[in-house]
Design a protein around this ligand. Structure first.
Ligand code: IVH
Length: 686
């Protein structure tokens, strides 16, 4: 509970201040599609206001933000009065508060009651009210102030998901449907990337983008945006009635209205909490932004009994997931130079806790993005960390910009080697083109030793740094000369024989990795494992790849002009040519092994399967299992998500198996795996 002043005058002063901030925030959120603060901050302020009002009831007035939802309607769109007011939801942030809500529900219904709960994802989009009269869409409206919204009928009709006419034979006289308009994540990211490339301002998040797209005066502009809708409830009805919310959702689906597939009906609050756990774990696996789980009493008669407060129904609650965005101060912008020479600006932040992790650094991608987002040193910025994705700066909170904050620009020279940074024509990124740039070397060596490249055990980041500092490694080829320096390695601080021999054995193994992994290890721009495999399949020797012209490279199935150019220009850079000569002389793999799939294998057998292999399998190594799957057209990935079709789990499978079970992804053992390779399907159960 927030601290509240006991003195009414002091409480009123704080109440005024908070109410003003919250009204302004609602207006900016709903009308301008540009919220000045995070949802979490809004919620915290609203809770403080509620605490003030609980302690000082005279502060509760009809105009208090605790008594209102949404914002005053924007006069740019004609007003529409909703047949039934659109209320908001109360929030909970913990299991205890969720359980307390469920207990209140049971108490109000009579302690014998056993209400069932419908759990839905809480979509972070824009609320919409669709009114169908005699089966035909009469109005589509935003929430506005909850009573009167904006008429966006023409705009909503451009959304493919929204039927003009319901697909039922005997439509009800009136059907008011509540839903959420959202901007699918992949499309949002692509759209923002394009805007940035054109030098236009980026949207902070998909919700603002959805809101902006829906509020286009010209519906043809809305039509260009891939908006989508999930329907999650009903308002006023005439000529139709339901007993349960679950039945209503099923009816809506049959009538052609989209309902979210993740909805679950459960028997008690423990099961609700399990749904919350699963939804939180899979939060970033759904293709749209969610920020919680909405829990609703299923039985509509029980809902009647429970009723409403001024703001929200008592029969529903929103469990809010920990926010993935937080505000903090941008202390500095620095530039890193990666293994391919790409110069990436990053934010140095006042440390801030986001979704359970303290964040001090966040990527800013490139100079264009910094300008498009107008991020400046000294700004208070919104930082976002979604799942395993690198934290990023979403944008500045303009209201808090210091008067002297200056636009940022890329330094003229590489901060590590002092050579000029250049931005190739048509590209967003600056490059340090100095092959011997000390930071490029460190990053290149780290990558050379990494799993997807030569997988050299014992050559981690700290060892790389030490070897470079001691002058034992000056380029990639020096790694394969280290066996000539065994005594110097032994003389290194605290290195025993075992460690030295392990490292040398790791390097020996690295020397023998297949040609495609050698290509990956070279740190050629844009050339990851998939393209390296394509190259090697078409040109099975290092010499052939080295001599190929851009046209020859581009003629290879799957290789486009960007990669063709990057490969060609890498091999024709004199310093790289020297490096390749050295590596070849040092015995690196130069020819492809028999990489073609065995003749009796159908390369399409497992097309469309996405498989994760985890734990120890008895008959095969993990790499062999992966190769066998890929030879049959399956995609093999490292982490389990909603898109995984199967997890192959050996002994000691660890957390991936648990995650699969949480997400309902099938798991099989070795026998099932072999059956799959032979038949393209899992063995029948039982
Ligand atoms: S039910 C009486 N279900 O969240 C209120 N709302 O914070 C009924 N929202 O106003 C709302 N997903 O715009 C409901 N599955 C869902 C939702 C959902 C997102 C939005 C909705 C609501 C807001 C409350």
């Amino acid at each position: 509970m927030p601290d509240v002043p006991s003195d009414l005058r002091e409480a009123r002063r704080r109440h005024d201040e908070l109410a003003r901030t919250l009204r302004d925030a609602r207006y900016r959120y709903y009308v301008l599609s540009s919220p000045p603060m995070t949802d979490a901050e809004f919620d915290a302020r609203l809770r403080e206001l509620e605490a003030l009002e609980a302690a000082h009831p005279p502060l509760v007035t009809p105009s208090s933000p605790t008594q209102q939802v949404g914002a005053p309607p924007d006069t740019a769109f004609p007003p529409v009065t909703h047949p039934q007011p659109m209320l908001s939801l109360d929030n909970v942030f913990s299991r205890e508060a969720l359980v307390a809500w469920a207990e209140r529900v049971v108490r109000s219904l009579g302690s014998e009651a056993t209400p069932r709960f419908v759990c839905e994802l809480k979509i972070d989009g824009v609320a919409i009210d669709l009114v169908y009269r005699d089966g035909v869409l009469a109005t589509g409206a935003t929430r506005g102030n909850g009573v009167v919204g904006e008429d966006v009928t023409a705009q909503i009709l451009t959304v493919d998901d929204v039927p003009f006419r319901l697909a039922v034979d005997d439509p009800p006289a009136l059907l008011e449907v509540r839903g959420e308009v959202y901007y699918p994540l992949a499309a949002f990211e692509a759209m923002n990337a394009e805007r940035i490339e054109r030098g236009e301002a980026a949207f902070m998040n998909p919700r603002n983008a959805a809101s902006g797209a829906l509020r286009q005066k010209d519906p043809e502009v809305t039509r260009q945006r891939p908006l989508a809708v999930w329907c999650h409830g009903l308002g006023a009805l005439a000529g139709i009635a339901f007993e349960r919310h679950g039945d209503a959702l099923a009816w809506l689906r049959d009538a052609g209205l989209p309902t979210a597939p993740e909805t679950r009906v459960v028997d008690d609050v423990d099961a609700v909490w399990e749904v919350v756990g699963r939804a939180t774990a899979a939060r970033h696996d759904v293709p749209y932004e969610i920020d919680g789980v909405v829990v609703k009493v299923d039985d509509l008669a029980q809902r009647e009994q429970l009723g409403f407060t001024a703001r929200a129904p008592r029969w529903a609650i929103a469990y809010k997931m920990p926010p993935v965005e937080q505000e903090t101060v941008l202390r500095a912008i620095e530039v890193n130079v990666g293994r391919t020479g790409k110069a990436t600006p990053y934010a140095v932040l006042e440390p801030v806790l986001v979704a359970g992790t303290t964040i001090t650094y966040a990527t800013l991608h490139n100079e264009l993005q910094i300008h498009a987002k107008d991020v400046r040193v000294g700004d208070t910025v919104m930082v976002r960390r979604a799942g395993d994705v690198i934290p990023e700066v979403v944008g500045p909170v303009l209201a808090e910009r210091p008067a002297d904050a200056q636009p940022w620009s890329m330094p003229a020279d590489c901060p590590f080697c002092g050579q000029p940074l250049v931005r190739p024509e048509g590209e967003a990124h600056h490059l340090c083109e100095n092959v011997d740039c000390p930071n490029r070397l460190l990053e290149s060596l780290g990558h050379l030793a990494s799993r997807g490249a030569l997988d050299i055990e014992g050559l981690g980041a700290q060892t790389v740094e030490l070897l470079v500092r001691e002058g034992l490694v000056r380029d990639l080829a020096d790694v394969f000369r280290l066996h000539e320096h065994r005594d110097e390695l032994l003389a290194l601080d605290k290195w025993g024989e075992k460690r030295v021999d392990n490292l040398l054995a790791g390097i020996e193994a690295g020397r023998q990795r297949p040609l495609d992994r050698v290509l990956v290890a070279l740190n050629i721009r844009h050339l990851g494992p998939t393209y390296a495999k394509l190259l090697v399949r078409a040109l099975p020797s290092l010499q052939a790849i080295r001599e190929a012209s851009p046209d020859q490279l581009e003629a290879i199935e799957g290789i486009g002009p960007v990669i063709a150019q990057a490969v060609h220009s890498w091999f024709t850079t004199p310093r790289n040519a020297e490096l390749i000569d050295d590596l070849v002389a040092l015995g690196i793999t130069t020819e492809a092994a028999g990489t073609a799939a065995p003749a009796n294998v159908d390369p399409e057998l497992l097309a469309g399967w996405t498989v994760v292999v985890t734990g120890t399998l008895e008959g095969v190594t993990r790499d062999e299992a992966k190769a066998a799957l890929e030879a049959r057209g399956a995609k093999v990935t490292g982490s389990v998500s909603g898109r995984t079709s199967l997890v192959v789990a050996g002994t000691d499978p660890g957390s991936k198996r648990d995650k699969a079970e949480q997400l309902g992804v099938p798991v099989t053992g070795e026998a099932g795996f072999e059956h799959l390779l032979a038949h393209g399907e899992l063995p029948a159960a039982g």
